[in-house]
Write a protein of this length. Sequence first.
Lengths: 490, 457
Amino acid sequence: MKIRLQIYILGKVMAIEGLLMLLPVICGLIYGELRNSVIYALFAIFYIAIGILISFKKPEKVTIYLKDGCIATALSWIVLSVCGCLPFIVTGEIPEFTNALFETVSGFTTTGASILTNVEAMSHISLMWRSLTHWIGGMGVLVFLLAVVPMSGGSNMNLMKAESPGPSVGKFVPKVRTTAKALYLIYLALTVIEIIVLFAAGMPLFDSICSAFGTAGTGGFGIRNDSFASYAPHIQWIVAVFMIMFGVNFNFYYLLVAKQPGKAMKLSEVKVYLAIILISTVTITINVMSVMGGSAEAARHAFFQVATVITTTGFATADFDKWPALSKFIMVVLMFVGACAGSTGGGIKVSRFQIRAKTIAREINSYINPRSVKKVQIDGKAIDPELERSVSVYFFVFLLIFTASAAIVSLEGHDLVTTFTSVAATINNIGPGLSMVGPTSNYAFLNGLSKWVLIFDMLAGRLELFPLIIFLTPMAYKGAFKGIHAKKQN
Amino acid sequence: MAKRGLRIIVVGAGKVGDTLVNRLADEGHNLVIIDKNEERLTQLANLCDCMCISGNGASHETLEEAGITETDLFIAVTESDELNLLCCTIARQFNRKLSTIARVRNPDYISEVNYLRSKLGIEMIINPEYEAAVEASRLLFLPAAISVNSFAHGQAELVKIQIPEGNVLDGKTIAYLGQNITNDILIAGVERGSDFTIPNGSFELKSGDVISYISTRKSNFNFLKSIGFNTRSVRSSLIVGGGTCAYYLADLLIKSGIDVTIVEKDNARCEKLCDLLPKATILKGDGTNEALLEEAGIHDVDSVVALTGLDEENIMLALHTKAVSNAKAITKINKITFTEAIESLNLGSVVYPKYITAERIISTARSRQAKIGSNLEVMYSLFADRAEACEFKVKEVSRVTGVMLKDLNLKPGLIISFISRDGKIIIPTGSDQINVGDNVMVVTMNKGFTELTDILR
């Protein structure tokens, strides 16, 4: 454990948060929300000042081991969320700490589960900040840090590994910094394109920006009480397509930009992901035809809902809680599948399922041909047995956390579907579940304990379980404080 | 001073590859590493900012995946000479402008270096065994020194000595040394315990200090004599371990008329050495056997060089030599990196082939990175990597040329230690100046200089 380094990273994270908070301030000033603008501006300046102050002294070149990366990531996300929720409390829009933190964690983890009963009553500045947290959390704040702050040493990869979604994190280019920059450039470009397209399609500019932030981070905070239901059908189509685009592995876009479309088309994860979307959409369309006005509308709602759930965004155009059982079932399955690794989406990730499915096939094969030697391959490359093992462990740990969380939430005594889907929708970073936490409802009715459990689940889900678990493991801190003194005596 | 890093491909993540990759990454280059061993790659990728590709470095597909067409420098340092040469040849097919460096150790190929360079278009062939042998031989020619590095094609030397108890230099300032003993040498660095300084005139030397100074070979002898050091070369040498490095060293020593005895375990290798080195005495036996060493005359020889394949054995041999005789001991360390522990052992002189290789390659990389104005010729890392000695060739007029040295606004922690002009070495004073065509050597604590103008603030 390197305390200096942790403080340095935290300082930089705070300063970045402060800087980004200035964007809603501009928006607030445009809308003439003076009081709130001043509050946000003061917080922004305060965070920038504190951040610069505590990260003033650059730590000497140190090696960031995976453990340090995990702790830094967990710590950064917690600090980020606490700092991000304070303006909500001070402006009085979400006066209670637990609620404000829930809303902010939901924002940064790109969950989109809200405790607000009336979104439209919020000020523009707070709505903008809420949506911006999605954008920041989508690609990750440490990746941003790596992209903009020159850090010495080659072990920064362990920071990126801890924050980026997916079973294995690769680089496009030799340097971590260039990779992080490329990721953010693609991310930013796609977001800007979406803003322009939505604006051109007739959405007001403020709505376009907030919706684009929500889509890009696959977050799901709407700025209207009915989420997307009251927007024109063609806007719903646009948003659905963009949601799916942000759920694609960013390697795909990098390969396209790097003029290697052949390689991009060969990414099997993307193919599987699109196939799942297609099959689900068709099945649901047929299934809901009877309750919808017509086939066109059924197709639109089915496509939008499939897109919103598989990418773990959580916008809604229809209340799928009222759909037939088969459709609801598919939606719940999609919640767990999630988007591609290396995208901004949550969930377990398509590639983990791919690896798992292939390991199962190999296992079956080993019963039939006990002596056969076979390696699991993805995209023509053999999967490292270490990775296979970590995927298996991931599934089990996921199940454990899921069960424990559901058990605690069930203490409240709501029906099983509510309990089950509230945990599923938060740990997979989706937002709306079914029944009492369905697309038209919110999480405000839950008690404090349940909210804290769900806050934990959202963070655990976004950071892919292990960073948060390592952060909470006392063993990781062994010798953290002793180390400093021992070195000085030398 | 942000410079564009080069795109470099390194094939082989072994000892040298590892050191090299870490150093190159620190210098800000874009690195792609190719190796067949995935485990080694994973280890490297976790601690170093580089991209790792598992595969065969001589395969067309792997090279394409590594982005060979946009690469500036290609380095092949796998275990196999043939693979290294093949990698470089294939890599050149993609990109005619590519600079390639191959590590080649087999003496069969080394005698054909010029042919390989011109026909295969390989820019540099690096032979760590030979380089290590050359470094060891310099130490045997001047056993009083802890290390000797050569610059300006051997005309200037950077010599490291330790000031013994009761030496004339004890308690003298650098200025006193200049006025009363000699003006032909220049002290470039002093190590005292774990401190390192580039000293000025008022710096006071103490016994136990390890000083590094620049001089020509001739004035070096005079200086060492005047402070009471022995300047004679060794007359006999016992080499333990009969590998490639031992062959190169023995060959160099025999040519200078030094008696060489080689102890080697393997029978076939002994016979091979007999053929290659008819003048050497070859003993077959285990170099870690005390009785055998005694028989080989460890008490009587002037020097013992430990060149076995095992670092631990080499260290033990050096310690044993120090304990039982007054012979000069030289230890070759291939793999282990416990630098602090090795320094505290008082082994005398240590030769690290992997560092020598890395330094040569890094100086090539830096030269490629520099603009046309000057060129880095040789670079040594000094004082446990805390400083560097860089020799630059001045090719055209720049801000540093034609100005008296005392008028240059130099960075701190830096010293211009010699200027080589028309084959003569000038140990500069404030009124000397740098001209086009000179070779200039700079000792600096700021690392990463790629051209001479980097010395200015």
